[in-house]
Design a binder for this molecule. Sequence first.
Ligand code: ADP
Ligand code: ZN
Ligand code: ZN
Length: 668
Amino acid sequence: MSYCILQIALDTPLDGVFDYRWPCEPGDEPAVGQLALVNFGRREAVGVIVAIRQDSQVPAGKLKDALAVRNQLAPLSGQWLALARFAAAYYHRPLGEVAMPGLPKNLRLSTTVALDRALKKLAKLEDTHDATPANMPALNPEQRQAADAIGGAQGFTPLLLYGVTGSGKTEVYLQACAQVLARDPDAQILVLVPEINLTPQLEANIRTRFPGLMLATLHSSLSEGERMLHWLAAHQGRARIILGTRLAILSSLPKLKLIVIDEEHDPSYKQQEGLRYSARDLAVWRAHQLGIPIVLGSATPSLESWHHAQTGRYRKLELRERAVRDAVLPRVRLVDMERDKPKDGLTGALLHALRQRLEAGEQSLLFLNRRGYAPVLCCESCGWISNCTRCTANMVLHRPEHRLRCHHCSLELRIPHSCPTCGNIDLQPLGRGTQRVEEGLQAMFPQARILRIDADSTRRKGSAQAAFDSVHRGEVDILIGTQMVAKGHDFKKLTLVGVLNPDTALFSQDYRASERLFAQLMQVAGRAGRAGLESEVLIQSRYCTHPLYGAVMRHDYDRFASDLLAERHQAALPPYMYQALLRAEAPELAIAIAFLEQARDALASSTVTINDPIPMTMTRVHNVERAQLLVESNSRPALQAFLTAWVDALRALKSRVRWSLEVDPLDI
Ligand code: ADP
Ligand code: ZN
Ligand code: ZN
């Protein structure tokens, strides 16, 4: 018997790929891109074959045999592997740690029962190959131009679709898809959205427009069985439109011909743990690698994308008007909370507007980006406050659930009957979350149908969808919610948006806070008046003269973005600077800082600025102290070259401190 050596990438923090022996005759080796089951340490693991060799550096006595090769599955393509390789190199993580978690869990099991069952199911499914679109509305001239530009683009073409809220970007995507599918009957198209909540509406839209095509969805709320089926349908090239959230960017799409990224500015495209990748950035890389067009859509593009459009790297397509006849952007008014003192969090002006909507039978949306009843419980007699014993954070009062909850470490306590320090029984909630606003509204408008949508009210699977459906059916008069309700949805009867408490973000240390707040306000304002009814947005603020609010009132993204870009340029911040953040975690802050000081001194550079370590703003989470160190450069290649050498140096330190590196961090 002769053998070959399989080099296999496995999901482990250990760097490198691993050699295994596999019995086979020459010419009959497995293919690169196939999955294989091996013994790794004391467990069995599935990895992907990235190379096949005749010999190994590993001494023969230590070389193990692979256990199985998953022959029933077609190999992952070279292009898919190249994407994984790029992501691994760019984010400085081991290849297997990037490649494997993107695959369905059921593919990574020791047994093939689930795989075989899914393949059988798929084999029975009839292939639908009819890409003829149905029920396509006539586009307005701006939409037509945009759709033709996308649909007709050849080769790598990044396009920024900059269209005001309600301008009908979805229609543009769908008609561009139709053009691509008409030209290339086998084409696959990837459509990314920031949140699962936005998939059902778009999914329904796609199904009615392309009734003859197989659609696959990929997002975190699928069951493992569904996920496997959809992933396989995409991998086999049979699913033609793939609709997903950020994780879908790493899926196998052998015939990919167009990528659409809706709401491209949305921070949800950034994974915030483990491999901290940006799905948007990887999508642009993937489009470049494949030589295909990619469209990034938004009413408030990220400054990165806007900058690319200004410098001509991205082609800008503009939709200036709302698509529905007579629909205009809502009037935005600021309500001065110093003069119009709020009752239960709501000013007289907002209450008046709510009453008008109720009388007219129209819907209102109140936006407050803070869930729970009150952000903190306190004792006025001794000053005790409900802080978390494990985090630098307060425990949030959740009154309906009778709990104090830490939103960072998920510690839960019953609400104390009296002050733990002085025994005072009169503990007061301080500040206001969505639950408390809901309570106030119920007391003031007992007849109104009020619905709260936030992470707490939608914990059960399917409940978010049910809640949004009832808003669409007109069964809700006043909707109160967090950012979950602020984006994407097309509520037809909504004519009033009230924004509570946006001021805190104005004075944040985070330089991105104003960009984010502006986008959030434009998005939530954009929920109003989409079907042609006259509408308005009321923003309650103590800083009514702040220029950011002025820009929101004028719906003036252009001006806001160019001012902000000028500021960023002046202050040498992204997108004029490239950054990476090294984080360290330890039981004591001094240990984390000491590690980062070692890291700072580990490697000198003339092209990269290495800053001093500092504690993170939220220093302690779940009894772990956290510190960070920022490195930056005005050259991306220089930063990347530095990081490659630096990560080697950091590994060589063999420190027991847990550390992680984030490239292009969003939160600093
Ligand atoms: P955006 O994503 O740009 O905020 P949507 O794609 O949700 O906007 O479209 C807003 C509304 O306009 C939807 O109700 C959609 O059906 C409608 N619409 C889009 N294009 C047209 C058109 N050409 N004619 C009439 N209505 C349109
Ligand atoms: Zn007390
Ligand atoms: Zn905590």
